[in-house]
Design a protein around this ligand. Sequence first.
Ligand SMILES: C[S@@+](CC[C@H](N)C(=O)[O-])C[C@H]1O[C@@H](n2cnc3c(N)ncnc32)[C@H](O)[C@@H]1O
Length: 333
Amino acid sequence: MTWKEIDWAVLERLRARFLSGDAAQGPYWTSPADLANYDFTYGKRIGWKWDAVLQELDQRGWKPRPAAVLDWGCGSGVAGRRVTRWFGADRVTLLRVWDHSALAADFAARTAQACFPKLHVEHVTPGFLAGGEPVGMLVISHVLNELPAAELLALRGLATRADAILWVEPGTPEVSRALIEVREQLRARFRLVAPCTHQAACGLLAPDNARHWCHHFAPPPPEIFTDSDWVKFGRRAGIDLRSLPCSFLVLERRPENAGADTDPDLARVIGEPRIYKGYAKVLSCDATGVAEFTVQKRDAPGLFKQLKRPAGALVYRWTRTGNRIHDGQLLAV
Ligand SMILES: C[S@@+](CC[C@H](N)C(=O)[O-])C[C@H]1O[C@@H](n2cnc3c(N)ncnc32)[C@H](O)[C@@H]1O
């Protein structure tokens, strides 16, 4: 696919479907061309979100053992391919794809096989989904707002058969809140790897934090801002290319009787730091909850500069008194 081959009518139809909420009414892919157009545009943006999440997992030093990967609700398969590339195709013992649209599952399987010729790629059968076999690493991307309650319940059931779950969604308040609900339902069985730095109840559930939601920003490749095709896509799709908000959750099965395995000093900044003249404010999440802290430029000029131009996931060890941060050490790769 190239920009010259893009079918704008297809993209507009898909966009209308996503925006109207009709995407929850059943399969909407009408041809492999739909998936190719999606993969080249919307799918690429989703891929950049995945890159940021996977980079954060590197930053956190998390690398699971070789495993089978299941991309559930795969669409064009961008998430499964990104995870395979990050994990290493030789460490993925089998890539399974599933979508209630057979067109999508076919496209995802074919594309993954073309990208990773030695990879064993398989369509999942409804029998496998209904059974009790382990699923390995479960990958879920941008499906939550298309799932009726019964489907979400079935997906949660599938999640309990996973050794690890990597779940990325748009960074909207509604979807983030739905993902927090999933977090709360799964955290007894799983250890939270990211974005949380702790295993306690989500601090955003506190009534004082009702106006916040858990979202983060992935950096799009800077060259797209000067690429006339991307600029045209952004305009036609009504998308601000600079902003890639996402919500995500990464969990791994908690070994029997394992302790919390948490570093109580780590905090994760939610959303973006807000920069003012001479100071910055951050919404900070750690084991004690979610609260707004202030960084004065004169207290910590280096940290202030870092917060103005964040690079990587904003996971910090703060030195602070109350809500005033005196310094912060970024968790480095
Ligand atoms: C917005 S697309 C996202 C596709 C892909 N995961 C990605 O991140 O690009 C949502 C996908 O979920 C699939 N889907 C929606 N409801 C589903 C269900 N109940 N079972 C399986 N797949 C479903 C749709 O067919 C579609 O391919």
